[in-house]
Write a protein that binds this ligand. Structure first.
Ligand code: NAP
Length: 295
């Protein structure tokens, strides 16, 4: 059986259309739009490119968007004061501090200073706790994107055995917690495997839905996958350069062979990756609606 290949580019485009339409409706009713500030410290080229992408998407969706670039020598105190300013600013619903920060600044302290209701990356411990008890206003962006791909790909999650490879705080643990919830698009039986697991293949072969976030190129081979499983490949690994001088990417799954066995699979690039910025926008919209008391 050849798998259905789910395009994250296409799903992300659909979600952005929906967000844009909702922003227009809310603007007509409340005369307000969601506000997102990105705070970039220094000029790390990768960070500049990420922030530019987020700003561009926010503007396309009709958001009020503020790009607050700060010099690399900003002090921790000044940065905390800046966050406090945006915490108190009613026109801002989402505060995004682009990581990494320079070494003289304590990243944890900075991220924890963001008002949890404006923490659209959803990394604040309050939001981690809300997610675990099933009361999240928004979910961390990459895991939320994975869930959207499953739901919009028509995968039945309720009663499915989900196996997650990886237990990081940004992908593995949150997606495991999301799929565990007694909720639509979840209600799964969840197993998490990691480097301490004795026989990873024993568990992955039992998965109806296999989510791989290990950061190991082509780690999951066809013999580790059950016939007909839905496979979500989160990995992004640089494995060389293309003749045009661009980075050559591979996922954590041996795509060419696994696609012959799975029922659904996401490619790398073009699968989970394109969902992340879109889910950030969805979170900013959710924070905006939360501030207006809309469920
Ligand atoms: P991470 O922090 O390095 O965590 C990797 C996890 O995988 C760890 O829990 C590790 O186990 C586990 N692991 C590694 N090798 C393994 C093996 N051989 N068998 C079983 N488990 C293994 O990585 P991450 O931040 O979660 O990211 C994972 C991948 O997703 C990376 O390739 C990253 O680039 C990609 N990613 C993509 C997006 C996106 O597309 N938007 C976003 C985030 C991450 P231990 O805990 O035991 O060490």
């Amino acid at each position: 059986m050849a798998a259905k290949i789910i395009s994250g580019v296409e799903v992300a485009r659909q979600i952005r259309e929906e967000i844009k339409a909702e922003v227009e409706q809310l603007k007509a009713k409340y005369n307000k739009v969601p506000g997102l500030v990105t705070i970039l410290v220094g000029e790390n080229p990768a960070s500049v490119s990420y922030v530019t992408g987020k700003q561009k998407t926010a503007k396309e969706l009709g958001f009020y968007s503020v790009q607050d670039d700060q010099p690399a020598d900003i002090t921790e105190e000044q940065l905390l004061a800046l966050i406090d300013k945006y915490n108190k600013d009613d026109s801002i619903n989402g505060i995004l501090v682009q990581l990494p920060l320079p070494k003289h600044i304590n990243e944890t302290k900075v991220l924890y200073a963001i008002d949890p209701d404006k923490d659209v990356d959803a990394f604040h411990p309050v939001n981690v706790g809300r997610l675990v008890i099933g009361e999240g206003i928004f979910l961390p962006c990459t895991p939320a994107g994975i869930q959207e791909l499953l739901v919009r790909g028509g995968v039945e999650t309720s009663g499915a055995h989900v196996v997650v490879v990886g237990r990081s705080n940004i992908v593995g643990k949150p997606i495991a917690n999301i799929m565990l919830q007694k909720a639509k698009g979840a209600n799964s039986t969840v197993t998490v495997v990691h480097t301490g697991t004795k026989d990873v293949g024993h568990y992955t072969r039992m998965a109806d839905i296999l989510i791989v976030a290990a950061g190991r190129p082509k780690y999951v081979t066809a013999d580790m996958v059950k016939e007909g499983a839905a496979v979500i490949d989160v990995g992004v690994n640089r494995i060389g350069m293309t003749p045009e001088g661009k980075a050559k990417l591979a996922g954590d799954v041996d795509f060419d062979n696994v696609k012959e066995k799975a029922s659904l699979i996401t490619p790398v690039p073009g699968g989970v990756g394109p969902m992340t910025i879109t889910m950030l926008m969805k979170n900013t919209l959710a924070a905006f609606k939360n501030s207006l008391g809309i469920k």
